[in-house]
Write a protein that binds this ligand. Sequence first.
Ligand code: LLP
Length: 463
Amino acid sequence: MSRSAHPAGPRHADVLTEGHYSAPPADLNALDPKVWAHTVSRTDDGVVRVGGIEVTRLAEEFGTPAYFMDEADFRERARAWRTAFGHDADVFYAGKAFLSRAIVRWLHEEGLNLDVCSGGELATALSAGMPADRIAFHGNNKSAVEITAAIESGVGRIVLDSFQEIVRVAHIAQSLGKRQRVQIRVTVGVEAHTHEFIATAHEDQKFGIALADGQAAEAVRRALSLDGLELVGIHSHIGSQIFDMAGFEVAARRVVSLLAAVRDEHGVELPEIDLGGGLGIAYTSDDDPREPHEIAKALGEIVTRECEAAKLRTPRISVEPGRAIVGPTAFTLYEVGTIKPLDGLRTYVSVDGGMSDNIRTALYDAEYSVALVSRTSDAEPMLVRVVGKHCESGDIVVKDAFLPSDLAPGDLIAVPATGAYCRSMASNYNHALRPPVVAVRDGEARVIVRRETEEDLLRLDVG
Ligand code: LLP
């Protein structure tokens, strides 16, 4: 996407023709509660704190860059999903958003289930005590080793993604003397693109089995015919960072129509449907996410209505939010390094991390907010691009934002809403050491994933 350059003039003017900000916010020191974790606030002396601890203290103790996670906020959001869906539904947290043993324990304590999509995620979940029957195993190309580990550990369900996998899972289950509970993941023909959904060609989907051309019905036929499988339901996941409920409603309607077709053909009423994850969060003040209770109400109503119309018993619904639970609960804290004003364009602010701790901007053109958090400032706003320290010009953390024009090396800035798909997608590019995740709660800070060290890097280098 091209962006028009700023015509000659002051850097803080309303200069952008595309992108998020058209003008600086009224108050650069304000922290919009929509994008910051719940316990984040500014103290009287201007320093931002989270969980009762000032970021300056956190930086001293844990270094930068680092992710700080508001544990109380995580638990609150997990609980809000659990409460909204009640006892007739299940909430599976999508571990791909961010997973560690502490997270598994929090989820367990708050009554959530867990969706994993690799042997590594499964091992993490089991090692932290998540009961296997509360784990769902996903993936479009699970290995025989992963399938065996999942079945042996007793996972509650495996979500089947292809015809080969139906046979493979049935075969492995049978050879282990087990009957595995499974769901079939279908592609319902809607593709969600953040604020919208569009019909999509099924052959362009890596995931799932298409509903429209009868493939999904055929998959059900095969799964029902195999002794190693207990087919319990149908699964649909339409995408991620979605704000519009319409895509979920279409998906729910189409999944229920498959249940009706299965009942008509086989005389079997499948007892479960899973409508996946994908609910959007606020990365900037312009985003307006839906609350869990609104989502639960909308999905519950549509499934009930469609089932009544088809004279089906209402199945047990499950959902798989990842980002919506963990995303808003963390921010990344960086120290400002070099500052490079480019006349008539913008000011490049380099931080001590970058695309190795947040690849989302480079990968998805994602938008983020940023704030000066080690002090307040009354200086004029300046248009900035926050960039990392990697050897790529695409190493951008925040494409366009405003920071005070007296910003100086050594200041701490923070990027909110980095709890999901940042640490979990972090890399060692340029042999960067992946930052720690520190949980903060009630005045106490605890490392839950430690910072990588050079020894960690060298341990793998055995040449
Ligand atoms: N269930 C299934 C089957 C999924 O594939 C996903 C995400 C989820 C649940 C959770 O979706 P969420 O509620 O977190 O949106 N790396 C991308 C997002 C990839 C999502 C992959 N699947 C990003 O950073 O935006």
